[in-house]
Design a protein around this ligand. Structure first.
Ligand SMILES: *Cc1c(COP(=O)(O)O)cnc(C)c1O
Length: 263
């Protein structure tokens, strides 16, 4: 399925949120080449959209999944859903979780999930970049545009920018406070996937609204107003911050916002 393009206040919306009911938006694109039928173990917070999407993919395509979750053991609707999909969970305290790419912690993870391919937090790896490179060709008919996405770990922006036709540029909106390190991450991911960094993207760091998953009354009012006028509820973690930033900046005559997921 090619996700539809709709319009809201002069901005084109690339509705990737409609790609799959349980594996929406950029999670579908990032998992496409990561899902090979082999078991997968991956990492995330207790409310991670990525954990939820990997669990759903395991159920739908019939492969075992493991989730390494940051923090003390808890249950919530995301983790209940993941377990119901067949995902097995392992909790790591915050210190160990921070060291999740160290050999010692990886050994613990491999012991718990033998034979599983390790996919990094947020699913951002070279395969994810390849999947997100498929957005650009779906926009080529526009001729030229500034294409925007939210930035969490940077995999989506890395692939989006790498796949854009000539004449297009990409702007990522960091949802993290102090997100300037994300440029290095995007460059690293492009290098891993393509062997080079494309010069057609940048990251806006001014629209984080206090940091990851934080919100403000102003952002809340923006979400309500956008829903009233366009019938689409933006999620406060990612897409609302991007749309707010787009509204605040004059990015060009043709602006596309990739709706990377939903509430
Ligand atoms: C996971 C997620 C993102 C973050 O994408 P990265 O590739 O990690 O930058 C953006 N938007 C939505 C809706 C998400 O669920």
């Amino acid at each position: 399925m090619v996700s539809p393009l709709t319009r809201a206040d002069g901005v084109l919306l690339k509705r990737d949120d409609l790609l799959h009911p349980d594996i929406p938006g950029n999670k579908w694109r990032k998992l496409k080449y990561n899902v090979t039928g082999e078991p997968i173990v991956t990492f995330g917070g207790a409310y991670s959209n990525h954990i939820r999407a990997v669990a759903a993919a395991g159920r739908e395509f019939g492969f075992p999944t493991g989730g390494v979750i940051r923090g003390e053991p808890v249950r919530n609707e995301v983790l209940d859903f993941a377990v119901a999909c067949g995902m097995r969970l392992m909790f790591l305290d915050r210190t160990r979780y921070r060291a999740k790419t160290s050999p010692e912690v990886l050994r613990l993870v491999r012991e718990r999930f033998p034979g599983h391919r390790v996919v990094p937090e947020g699913g951002s790896n070279a395969e994810a970049v390849r999947g997100c490179m498929e957005i650009g060709p779906e926009l080529a008919h526009l001729g030229e545009a500034v294409v925007c996405c939210p930035v969490g770990t940077g995999g989506t922006l890395a692939g989006l920018a790498a796949g854009l036709p000539p004449g297009f540029t990409a702007v990522g909106f960091s949802v993290l406070k102090g997100g300037s390190f994300l440029s290095d991450e995007v460059a690293r991911l492009q290098t891993e996937a393509l062997g080079r960094v494309t010069p057609n993207w940048r990251i806006e760091t001014r629209f984080h609204f206090g940091g990851y998953a934080r919100t403000t009354p102003e952002l809340g009012a923006f979400i309500d107003d956008f829903e009233t006028r366009h019938g689409l509820r933006l999620d406060h973690v990612y897409t609302a911050k991007m749309m707010y930033g787009i509204r605040a900046l004059a990015l060009g005559p043709t602006v596309v916002a990739v709706i990377t997921g939903r509430v």
